[in-house]
Design a protein around this ligand. Structure first.
Ligand code: ADP
Length: 695
């Protein structure tokens, strides 16, 4: 039977430890791979970019070189036209040298390749000073031979020309044939400085960031320009194909391989990855804490559920509309309905139909917010089989975690068994009381016979006297005789009435009356036992004194039982004085005081010898008595009766004059609840309060 609507956290499947570890491992692994990949991609991108820059620089430079060489060839070609006179030719050649700084020298040769005239660049030192031109002719002649054969300009291989000061430079000759009608009439040989070519042609943007060099096939560097030294990481090679000469241009970037830390992008990626890592760690910590809290919560819920399920007390929660929101198994067992049948009900099926109206009204009062009685209240529920049973309900406001009043929580105790035990005990008590009353009367039998003897003897003597008068024929009809007879009959009637009163007082006492608590004035209570008490008192010559307060308080009690208590106490007091107390001192006082707003104290005070210590210890034990004819039930019953009324019964010995250890009497006191001013004589209930301590 489902007893609760609370969702079960405890029963939710929990991921196993290794599965969680696997998930975490996978997450961390993926994160690492992603980060490494990101860093690698960033570095790769950087490298590619640098390489592209070098390639672009190389392409631009090679283009520039081609264009510059083409332009130079055109200008040189102009010098071959029409075989101008030497002087004019020299002037043209000088102009050209001034405008093209990569050109070091221009020679004009005849058809036999002999130098007719040579002009050197004004910007450079003379080149063939260390070694004369004749000794360095070979490359130029080879180029010219090729040029003549092909009828077009031809370049020589590069060669090194030493200069003054141990320096030197790599140069290239270009030979242009001057042809007239297919006949070679002479040549123009121009000498280029390879280094100068690079310096002049390649743009400063390229030279600023790169080292440019012409290299041979085996890697020998012929000339260079730009940065003093490239870093050798990003390089581009381009071939400069010229007729008769193939040069390789190498562009070497000043950019090194991208480094991890100083690189801004990488730093950004790394710090982002780091931040991501920290976030993941924080998340992991949070998830772990949540998991722990969840486990703790689930455990707590499971424990609470186990506690609620094992309770024998019924639990019931209602919302602010009076609908049932929760019941525990004990409650379901008690009423015989399942939780599903009860939850959501505002008029539950365990309310007996005849009391639904009353309970609904009570619920309405509760829903207005009126606090339930702290001490709980008793009510009647109905089981599924229709059986009514008594339950004790303790109710308290239900306040949620935010301090909001969300309904009412009640505990319900099945007190039907307790009530039937109480009823049984009440019936037994009643029977015992009746027995005790009979016993008391039994004890008083001799007293009663004495009491009845007197009126009966008087009746007998009056009757005998009357008969005698009637038998005396002389006076039988005289007025005096009739008068005497009337008086005798009157006395007989009086005595018969007296005997009747005695019998009635016994009858009234013994008669079993309905047990009911009522509010009675204390004098009414005392008056009803006084005739019997006085009967006994008269026998031992005891006076009964009443000490009552004004106004006379009313007490709520079971009249019959209280009469019994008072009679027991007065009888005990009278008996205590019977043998030892001198006649003038035999006085029994019944004193009543309102000692508290809600309590009235009765005291029965005698002048006997008090209660000896050994007797005092067992005074209220049933069947304890010191009198041979006693039953020992009186005081034990008295205490039970008073306690049933919520009061206390106690006694104390009255201390004798100073110095004397012997008490001069005993005082038996008991308290009874005072009736409120509005109490009527029926239907009063006992205040459930701790009685005031006896004074
Ligand atoms: P019973 O009267 O049948 O003996 P009780 O329970 O009334 O039974 O009294 C028990 C005993 O308590 C008495 O036998 C008596 O010894 C003692 N006792 C009761 N009242 C007094 C009293 N007022 N003074 C002295 N002793 C008393």
């Amino acid at each position: 039977m489902p007893a609760s609507t609370t969702p079960s956290l405890a029963s939710a499947p929990r991921p196993s430890r290794w599965r969680r570890a696997l998930l975490w491992g996978a997450l961390v692994g993926l994160l690492l791979v992603a980060q490494s990949l990101l860093v690698w991609l960033t570095l790769d991108y950087e490298s590619n970019r640098a390489q592209e820059q070098v390639d672009a620089a190389a392409a631009v430079s090679i283009g520039d070189l081609r264009r510059a060489l083409g332009r130079d060839l055109q200008s040189l070609q102009a010098l071959t036209w029409n075989a101008p006179p030497i002087l004019e030719w020299r002037a043209d050649a000088s102009d050209l040298l001034r405008s093209r700084r990569e050109l070091l020298r221009i020679e004009r040769r005849d058809a036999g390749m002999r130098v007719e005239s040579a002009v050197s660049s004004p910007f450079h030192a003379q080149i063939f000073t260390q070694i004369p031109r004749d000794s360095m002719e070979f490359e130029a002649q080879l180029a010219c031979t090729n040029a003549r054969r092909q009828g077009s300009p031809s370049y020589s291989r590069s060669y090194f020309v030493p200069l003054t000061g141990g320096m030197g430079q790599e140069v290239v000759d270009v030979c242009l044939p001057a042809q007239v009608a297919g006949e070679t009439t002479g040549y123009i040989v121009a000498t280029f400085s390879l280094a100068q070519l690079l310096n002049e042609v390649v743009t400063p943007e390229v030279t600023r960031a790169h080292e440019l060099s012409f290299v041979e096939g085996d890697g020998t560097r012929l000339a260079r320009a730009g940065l003093p030294r490239g870093l050798g990481v990003f390089r581009a090679n381009r071939v400069l194909d010229l007729p008769g000469l193939t040069l390789q241009l190498r562009v070497d970037s000043g950019t090194g391989s991208p480094r991890l830390i100083p690189n801004l992008t990488v730093a950004l990626v790394l710090s982002l990855s780091l931040a991501l890592g920290v976030v993941v760690w924080l998340l992991a910590r949070d998830v772990r804490r949540r998991a722990l809290a969840e486990t703790a919560l689930a455990d707590a819920l499971a424990t609470r559920r186990a506690m609620e399920d094992s309770l024998v007390t019924g639990l019931r929660a209602r919302d602010l509309q009076g609908r049932i929101t929760y019941v525990n198994p004990a409650f379901c067992n008690m009423v015989g309905f399942s939780a599903a049948e009860l939850i959501g009900q505002a008029t539950p099926p365990y309310w007996p139909p005849e009391r639904v109206q009353e309970y609904t009204a009570r619920q309405q009062v509760r829903l207005t917010g009126a606090p339930p009685p702290r001490e709980g209240y008793e009510t009647t529920f109905m089981r599924r089989n229709g059986e009514r049973f008594a339950v004790m309900i303790f109710e308290a406001p239900l306040v949620d975690g935010h301090g909001q009043h969300t309904g009412w929580m009640s505990t319900a105790l099945d007190v039907s068994a307790q009530r039937s035990v109480e009823e049984l005990s009440r019936q037994q008590q009643e029977r015992l009381q009746a027995t005790a009353r009979l016993a008391t009367v039994g004890e008083m039998a001799s007293l009663l016979s004495h009491e009845l003897n007197q009126p009966l003897a008087a009746i007998a003597s009056y009757a005998t006297g009357s008969l005698n008068l009637m038998n005396d024929e002389r006076d039988a009809d005289s007025a005096e005789t009739r008068n005497l007879l009337r008086q005798a009959a009157q006395r007989i009637a009086e005595q018969a009435e007296r005997a009747g009163r005695v019998i009635k007082s016994v009858h009234d006492f013994v008669r079993r009356r309905e047990q009911a608590r009522e509010a009675i004035r204390v004098d009414e209570l005392i008056d009803s036992v006084l005739p019997l008490a006085r009967l006994q008192a008269r026998k031992s010559g005891t006076r009964i004194e009443l000490d009552l307060p004004t106004p006379l308080p009313r007490v709520v009690c079971d009249r019959t039982m209280l009469e019994q208590v008072l009679l027991n106490l007065t009888r005990n007091g009278i008996q205590a004085m019977e043998t030892t107390t001198p006649l003038p001192k035999r006085e029994l006082t019944i004193r009543v005081r309102q000692t508290h707003e809600r309590w009235v104290t009765f005291a029965v005070i005698d002048n006997g010898r008090g209660v000896p210590t050994e007797v005092a210890q067992r005074l209220f034990t049933p069947f304890f008595t010191t009198r041979p004819e006693g039953m020992g039930l009186g005081l034990s019953l008295c205490r039970t009766v008073i306690e049933q009324h919520g009061g206390l019964l106690d006694f104390q010995n009255l201390p004798g004059p100073a110095g004397s250890a012997r008490p001069v009497g005993a005082e038996f006191r008991f308290t009874l609840p005072a009736a409120a001013a509005s109490h009527t004589s029926t239907g009063a209930t006992l205040p459930r309060e701790t009685p005031q301590a006896l004074p």
